[in-house]
Design a protein around this ligand. Structure first.
Ligand SMILES: Nc1nc2c(ncn2[C@@H]2O[C@H](COP(=O)(O)OP(=O)(O)O)[C@@H](O)[C@H]2O)c(=O)[nH]1
Ligand SMILES: [Mg+2]
Length: 360
């Protein structure tokens, strides 16, 4: 499951967005820890799962989910780093306020997305600098006790990070080789995480987000490594999402939007992180699963259950398009040679429908 964490200054629309994204999911939960976080669960919209459900008529339809965390109360990036939900996040959703509304005061006075974007990046960098320095200090102490070799390697990578951070560069812009990237894995530096900038547009700008971005002067901060942007109009979209299903499309179209905020944010997150979906089908349930592109069949099996990965024999794979073209008949797909038996190293493709064979 993909985990995202909301960042942004107060009153930018984070809670509104969280409600918009997770309104079909369970009610917001909480996590413990020193700083509490609100957790929302968003169900990933996928018309392919709807179609499979129509064909297989299972008892349950289970969409893939995205877990979204927002820090309860206000706090800068430095308090985020202490929150497990933020440390473990795969991506950050940075809500940038572009809406003007005199009844909703903005921290630094004027609404100024370019300033906010720079300031948030600086906060992430500062928070990471603190982490890097504490770790280097720790390594110096541990090095006296042995295990020198791996510690020296780690210190070298963290020094590299510290230099970048001191120069004001986020870690997501570093290009590390795989060994060095692995050494950093345990640290969950915030500025190393991919960022999806969610532009919370003014109602007047919804029809022309590109123009709004140009006027706000934020195209530069959106051009960095592992950064993408998606426009929403959180407050109105939440109001629309609460309407009857039939009315929604009409109101969105009136606003100049083709699809829902949920669709747009989830799609952009998947694109940013290179996630794909595969499906499992059966009489009991049709289900969508999300994995990073490049995931092996065995690791994909592990998403479902560690026993299936451990006892992995073969993956029986048919593509969604082939299966639906034959009205969900696996037998017909077999007859036409469209069902393949793949081994544990097979790279799962977006849209694969997989039946894992495993020994218990
Ligand atoms: N006009 C307008 N108000 C918004 C929009 N998004 C959020 N707000 C309002 O801004 C206030 C703060 O929103 P909230 O989601 O709690 O922000 P947070 O502090 O970032 O979590 C609330 O009163 C929202 O109704 C928007 O797109 N337009
Ligand atoms: Mg909030």
């Amino acid at each position: 499951m993909l985990r995202a964490a909301l960042i942004g200054f107060p009153s930018t629309g984070k809670t509104t967005l969280l409600r918009l994204l997770s309104r079909t999911g369970e009610p917001l939960g909480h996590t413990g820890g020193r700083h509490e976080a609100h957790i929302g669960v968003a169900q990933v919209p996928d018309p392919r799962l709807d179609r499979l459900t129509e064909l297989f008529e299972p008892q349950r339809r289970v969409p893939a989910t995205v877990e979204i965390a927002e820090l309860a109360g206000h706090g800068g990036a430095r308090s985020l780093i202490d929150v497990t939900a933020f440390r473990n996040a795969d991506a950050l959703l940075h809500v940038l306020r572009m809406f003007r509304d005199d009844t909703v005061p903005h921290v630094a006075g004027e609404v100024d997305p370019a300033r906010d974007a720079t300031q948030m990046e600086d906060e992430l960098i500062l928070a990471d600098l603190g982490v890097a320095e504490r770790r280097l200090e720790r390594i110096r102490l541990d090095a006296k006790k042995g295990k020198r070799r791996e510690l020296e390697e780690e210190a070298r990578v963290i020094e590299l990070c510290r230099t970048a951070l001191e120069e004001g560069r986020p870690l997501r812009a570093l290009s590390l080789d795989t060994d060095d990237a692995r050494r950093l894995c345990g640290f969950s530096f915030l500025s190393a995480k991919p960022v999806l900038v969610v532009l919370n547009l003014d109602e007047a700008d919804v029809a022309d987000p590109t123009g709004a971005i140009e006027r706000a002067g934020i195209s530069e901060c959106l051009s960095g490594a592992a950064t993408e942007a998606v426009p929403v109009c959180a407050k109105i979209e939440l109001e629309i999402a609460e309407l009857a299903a039939d009315d929604r499309a009409v109101f969105l179209a009136d606003l100049g939007l083709r699809d829902s905020g949920l669709d747009r944010v989830i799609r952009a997150s998947y694109h940013l992180l290179g996630y794909i979906s595969f499906f499992t089908t059966g009489k009991d349930e049709c289900r969508a699963w999300s994995v990073p592109r490049g995931t092996s069949a065995q690791d994909a099996a592990g998403q479902i259950h560690s026993d299936i990965a451990r006892g992995f024999i073969r993956a029986e794979v048919v593509h969604y398009k082939a299966l639906t073209a034959r009205n969900g008949s696996l037998a017909a797909c077999r007859e036409h040679g469209e069902v393949r038996l793949e081994g544990k190293d097979y790279e799962v493709q977006d849209g694969d429908v997989i039946n894992f064979r495993f020994a218990t």
